[in-house]
Design a protein around this ligand. Structure first.
Ligand code: FAD
Length: 359
């Protein structure tokens, strides 16, 4: 059978998932070439910093919703059948209106909060509209079974699945996407027949791509040893300017993630030096989940580390497309913003379909 040589540029969740799904087709001989690999922590590498949970933000009827829907099937299978992947089921409690604010106003006179249109409510197990019921009066809220991905385990797991499937991995830094097609890159020593492009935010500056619609959405986190005492996460979907509140416990001793913020166009790689943002994050998380420190306040949080990552956002959403650049076909899979894990398998499937079209 004639083999086709494919080079995947990028070893984040997008590149590795695409390589893994491609490897299921024996016709493809695959090398992943990247500047950063699982195990690295760098501001140019978004994947290790993610929480990560499954909470779709895509709009009903869009490609993004379809990618999220497909991905849930894979994540569910991982949580059920592949404990070594570091993905576990977790009850997610989503709050959409803040109790405090509603109480300060006249609760009786106010229009009661209600849930918006949620396309995935029939897909995720145990979905319950808990508005004004299970939780205290004043929240529009729901709860359902989601997953939490311990990215420190999951990325190496993805990489090892690729290795098992015969994918080769190597370090390389490209200044132009076409350079990845050179014979010295693919492990066969031959020219690539096709490139998969998964460089995330770096696609802004990569020659041949230079996508200036990409921008960072900075996220700052505090990772603590405390646990809420049960297997659940809380996301307070109500924004306070560019700050949000979420708490999720990672599988297999990964600690609890406290977040966060969504600071657009902020490239700062360091946690704020005054720790004011970190303090606000910890305080808000304790407000929504006092059980984290048994009601003893933020002084009893046991911090593992502060962290910052940049979500690779794109004005028109993620790009999964094919394009001929010079004389080489390139399949793009980048620009996933804050949804790179929860859309990973759906996007990778779409990328594989484009590869099949081209080759
Ligand atoms: P990256 O992980 O950035 O990987 C890019 C790859 O390309 C790297 O290997 C890099 O070395 C390589 N590369 C770049 N330029 C070059 C070059 N010139 N030459 C060679 N190689 C190159 N998503 C969720 O689904 N759920 C969540 O709960 C969630 N929470 C998040 C919280 C935070 C704080 C952050 C920062 C992100 C979160 N995300 C979440 C988003 C998710 O992490 C990203 O969407 C995803 O990691 C993007 O993956 P990627 O593979 O596209 O890019």
């Amino acid at each position: 059978m004639a083999h086709k040589n494919i080079v995947v540029v990028g070893a984040g969740v997008a590149g590795l998932t695409t390589a893994l799904l491609l490897s299921r087709d024996e016709r493809y001989s695959i090398t992943v070439a990247a500047k950063h690999m699982p195990g690295d922590y760098d501001i140019e590498y978004a994947s290790p910093w993610a929480g990560a949970d499954y909470l779709p933000v895509s709009v009903r009827g869009t490609d993004a919703a379809q990618w999220d829907r497909r991905t849930w099937e894979y994540l569910q299978d991982l949580a059920e059948n592949h404990l070594d992947a570091g993905v576990h089921f977790q009850k997610l409690i989503l709050l959409l209106a803040c109790k405090q604010q509603i109480r300060q106003k006249d609760w009786e006179a106010r229009e009661k909060p209600s849930l918006p249109d949620i396309w995935w409510k029939d897909m995720l197990p145990d979905f319950k509209d808990t508005t004004n019921s299970e939780l205290e009066l004043g929240f529009a809220s729901c709860s359902f079974t989601s997953v939490c991905i311990n990215t420190a385990i999951y990325l190496p797991w993805l990489l090892s699945q690729c290795l098992k499937a015969g994918v080769h991995l190597k370090r390389a830094v490209f200044t132009h996407i076409s350079d990845a097609a050179a014979p010295c890159v693919h492990h066969s020593g031959q020219q690539a027949d096709l490139l998969i492009h998964c460089t995330g935010l770096s696609a802004r500056n990569l020659g041949g791509i230079e996508d200036n619609t990409l921008f960072p959405i900075r996220g700052q986190l505090v990772i603590v040893r405390n646990s809420p005492g049960g297997n659940y996460s809380i996301v307070d979907g109500q924004r306070q300017s560019d700050e949000v509140t979420y708490m999720m416990t990672r599988a297999a001793g990964g600690g609890t993630i406290l977040g966060g913020c969504t600071q657009k166009n902020n490239w700062d790689s360091q946690p704020d030096p005054t720790r004011r943002l970190a303090l606000r994050i910890m305080k808000r998380c304790i407000d929504v989940c006092p059980d984290l420190t048994d009601g003893k306040g933020i002084e009893n949080l046991d911090i593992i580390r502060h962290a910052v990552g940049l979500r690779p956002a794109r004005e028109n959403g993620a790009r999964v497309e094919k394009e001929k650049i010079g004389d080489i076909w390139v399949v793009h899979n980048y620009g996933h913003g804050g949804a790179g894990y929860q859309s990973s398998y759906g996007c990778a499937e779409a990328a594989v379909a484009l590869v099949n079209e081209v080759l």
